[in-house]
Design a protein around this ligand. Structure first.
Ligand code: SF4
Length: 562
């Protein structure tokens, strides 16, 4: 038998640093680390606009020469150099008679004022491109250009000895960091963080507060999430792709809706809704997760883009999961905050009455919670949580206005299937929240199935359920109570049969509107004291957990409403 060996063509790709990352390094070394080493990327208005402008700039035929006036243009030309350790794609390689070729880098911004040079990070980027050209057999250019799309003007960059030296040093620094797993410090000039698309991942202000370097965080991260969520719950509906939009048709073929891919953040499909492979491919390519819920609204799973690059985060998560002590510490934080939230909601809804029974309920949860942080083992912790939940749900019916209690009679939590309208609303809301927490866990880079408090079980997104505990009361319970007390839901919004009760299509539509509004409600964060939406708060809670697992902050705190 002949044994074949792999030729050198199959050896792993060399660890070359893309030139655009040098730009990130000069902006802030931490940004380089997050983007290059951890694969972090987050769009903001600047990056979305820049990408769409680049699509125009890139052209259709990479490197093909075309004549433009007295110049020859080649677009999207790629070069690599093992000896420099970098790789890069040049937006434009220009050649004019009597001069050597030079690179032109496109930037979406306006050109700098006359008395100011282009930003150093941009100069280093074009200088590195020039070095790549020289390494690939072309003459070393003496100059390069930056074309500012915002001003439709180009600025010359002279490739001086000192710029070449700085570029080489930057490459050397980047190569050092690329082999390290130590997070570089925050940017020297912290004003840069305002324009940095990674600020909601890096969390510079939150890190300062958590480390006790300041008490209030400046609002640097975006307060709410961009993009829309497309919900489709028409039985038999069909999703198809046409000119960058998703077209939704009803079973008879009639178009019932459409959504532009550029505007979408995620898609949620209920029950028997079909999609084409093209829709799924486009969603994966554009980082849009597609969540599946069954006909009754139970979360089934998520079709998400490739696993997040940040394997280091998942490694830390798994280590903490197997570290019984550490896992128990996180579990205590989860239960503690959940009980605080239950008590706070009880106090809000029973504010006016304050009968002896009410006071007793408040006190009982408070005293259980005092014991939570001193719980000796996970069994007693589960016991405290169960007891607190029992008290809370024994009073939940009293949070509903008396005139609504005949239909929304609540005599305890029941599920799978829910047996009454109030439980049907809670179950549907928890299912949506589980879907949101799972999607966020995946997007942030976690393994949603590996948690701390929730036991690992086939198909159970334990980590998502852990983080969800912080938000059950503030998002779902409080939204359900407000909607019920304000008469949003009526009898004809539910199916009721024997001992089961579900929202029907009309009821689900109402619920989704209320739920999305609730997620977008702005709150003042209890620790950082800035305003942000609930959905951003969920993401923040995951990101802080990541920072805690990677030892970037000292304490992880739960999320408790006040
Ligand atoms: S947010 Fe600030 S510190 Fe963090 S990567 Fe961006 S510029 Fe650097």
């Amino acid at each position: 038998m002949e044994i074949q060996t792999l030729s050198s063509d199959f050896s792993p790709a060399p660890d070359l640093i893309p030139v655009s990352y040098l730009n990130a390094y000069v902006y802030c070394p931490r940004r380089f680390f997050l983007e290059h080493n951890q694969g972090m990327f987050e769009d903001n208005a600047h990056t979305v606009e820049g990408r769409s402008l680049h699509r125009v700039v890139d052209g259709k035929d990479p490197a093909r020469a075309s004549k433009k006036g007295d110049a020859i243009h080649r677009r999207s030309v790629s070069f690599s150099s093992m000896s420099l350790g970098i790789t890069g794609k040049l937006d434009l390689l220009e050649e004019k008679e009597g001069s050597v070729l030079y690179p032109v880098e496109y930037k979406k911004s306006k050109k700098p004022p006359k008395d100011r040079q282009p930003w150093l990070n941009d100069q280093i980027q074009v200088c590195a491109q020039s070095l790549l050209m020289a390494e690939n057999g072309l003459p070393m250019p003496e100059k390069a250009y930056i074309y500012y799309i915002g001003s439709k003007a180009r600025v010359e960059v002279s490739l001086s000895e000192s710029l070449l030296e700085q570029t080489k040093q930057t490459i050397a620094q980047c190569r050092l960091i690329s082999r390290s797993d130590i997070l570089p410090p925050l940017a020297d000039n912290r004003n840069k963080c305002f324009g940095c698309s990674l600020n909601a991942i890096c969390l510079p202000e939150e890190e300062d507060v958590s480390k006790g370097r300041k008490t209030n965080a400046r609002t640097i991260i975006p307060m709410s999430m961009d993009g829309d969520i497309l919900y489709v719950d028409t039985t038999g509906a069909y999703l198809n792709l046409s000119s960058g939009s998703i077209i939704i048709t009803a079973p008879g073929g009639m178009e019932i809706g459409n959504a532009s891919i550029e505007q979408l953040r995620e898609i949620v499909l209920f029950g028997n809704v079909q999609t084409t492979t093209q829709v799924l491919h486009t969603c994966m390519k554009n980082n849009i997760p597609v969540h599946y819920l069954n006909f009754y609204g139970r979360y089934v799973g998520t079709c998400s883009p490739m696993l997040h690059y940040n394997g280091l985060l998942r490694e830390a998560q798994w280590k903490a999961h197997f570290d019984k002590l550490l896992s128990f510490e996180y579990s205590k934080i989860i239960v503690f905050s959940k009980l605080v939230n239950m008590r706070t909601l009880m106090m809000r809804y029973l504010r006016e009455k304050r009968t002896d029974k009410d006071l007793e309920s408040f006190e009982s949860i408070k005293s259980i919670n005092k014991q939570v942080m001193n719980a000796e083992n996970i069994q007693s912790l589960r016991g405290y949580e169960g007891y607190g939940a029992k008290i809370y749900f024994s009073r939940f019916g009293d949070f509903i206005k008396p005139e609504k209690q005949s239909f929304f009679k609540f005599s305890g939590r029941n599920r799978r299937p829910p047996r009454d309208p109030a439980n049907a609303l809670l179950s549907f809301g928890y299912s949506l929240l589980a879907k949101d927490c799972t999607g966020t866990a995946i997007r942030v880079g976690f393994d949603p199935f590996c948690g701390f408090y929730h036991v690992m079980k086939y198909g159970r997104p334990s980590l998502a359920l852990d983080i969800m505990e912080f938000f059950r009361q503030p998002i779902v319970d409080s939204m359900v109570l407000t909607a019920v007390n304000n008469g949003v839901f009526r009898e004809n919004d539910f199916y009721q049969f024997q001992n089961t009760c579900y929202l029907n299509e009309k009821g689900r539509k109402k619920f989704l509107v209320q739920y999305e509004m609730r997620k977008r409600d702005m709150i003042t964060h209890p620790k950082f004291h800035y305003r942000l939406s609930y959905e951003r708060t969920i993401e923040l809670q995951f990101r802080l957990l990541g920072k805690s697992l990677l030892n970037e902050i000292d304490n992880y705190e739960g999320f408790s409403i006040r």
